[in-house]
Design a protein around this ligand. Sequence first.
Ligand code: 13P
Length: 364
Amino acid sequence: MTTYFSYPDPELQEELKKTAEAIVAPGKGILAVDEANEGIGKLLAAIGLENTETNRRRYRQLLFTSDVVLSEHISAVILFDETVYQKTDEGTLFLELLKKKNIIPGIKVDRDVVPLFCSEDEVTTQGLDDLAQRCAEYKKQGCRFAKWRCPLKISDNTPSVQAINDMAQVLARYASICQSQGLVPIVEPDVLLDGDHDIIRTQKVTEVALAALYKALNDHHVFLEGTLIKPNMVTPGQGCSKRNTPEEIAVATVTALLRGVPAAVPGIVLLSGGQSEEEATLNLNAINQVALKKPWVLTFSYGRALQASVWKIWAGKDENVAKAQQELIKRAKANGLASLGKYKAGAIESAAADKSNYSANHKY
Ligand code: 13P
C-alpha cells in the first residue's frame, strides 16, 4: 500500500486555519439558518404563511438586519443556496450585509438524505458530484466555509457498519473537496435524538462514529486545523425515561469528544438537535464548565435553539420584526455566555425558551 500524499499549499493552510479560528473566536458561535425550502416551509406554515421566495426572504431579512450587537456572539451564519443571492428590501445582498457586520457567511452544500439500500431505515447524504464547482461559485460569492450533515439513527440494530462507514467516507470526500476550493468544511456527523436508548448508548455510538470519521478524514488528507466539527451532544434518546442532568450530559459529551476528536481541530460547534432553547444553552454551559481536558473551543451552531422564540414573536407580521430580533439577540447572548461557561440558568428569558424543538426524522 502506497502512502504518498501532499499537504495543501502553506497559503491555503493559513487561510483555512484563520477562517476556522475566527468562527470559534471566544464567546461566539454560529447561527444555522440553512433550512432547505421544504424545512422552512413547515415553519412558515405554522404561522400561517405560504412557502414563497418572498416569505423566505422576509424571514431571513429579519435575522440579518438585527442590530450589529448580534455579532458580539454570532461569528458566522450557515445559509441555504437561495439565500446567498437574496437582497434586503433596499437592495443590499444579504452576504454584503453580513460581511459589514463582521459575520462570516457559509453555505450548506449537502443535498439532503437518501435511503441506504437494504438498511434498517438508514440514510446517507448526497451532493458530491458537482461539489467542487458549487464550492468555487460560493467562494466567488463570498462564502468562506461549508457544512455537510450526515445523520445516524440509533435503534437495536443501528447504526450499521454500512451507515457508519458511509457517513465517514461521504464527509471526508466532501471535506477534501471544500478545502481544495478554499472553504473550511464543517463536518456534521449527527447522531439523532430519535429513540428510547440511554445516554451510555449515545456515548458509545458517538465515539464509534467519531473514530470512523477521523480515520476517513486522515485517509483523505484533510487538513484538520482548517476544519470544524458539528456533532450532537451526548444525551439520552428522546423517548428514554431516564433523563440526565446537564452535568451528566457534559461529562458524557466531553468524554466522547476527547476520545474521538483530535486536538488539531480548532473547534467543536455543537448542534441543538431538537433540544429546547434553554436546554441547549444549559447543556453547552455545563460542557464548558466540566472539569475535563478541552483542547478545542466548544461552542454552538444552533438552528432551532436560536430561532424558536424568533418565529413565535414574529408570527409573520412586519410590526413584530424589532421584537423578534431582540429574541435572537437574547438567545445569541445566552449561548455566547454558555460557550464561556458563564451562563446562569434562567438568566436570559425568551418567548419559547422551554418549548421542545424535537420532531421525529427532522429535516433541515
Ligand atoms: P439544530 O440546532 O436545529 O439541530 O440545527 C443544526 C443544523 O445542523 C442546522 O445547520
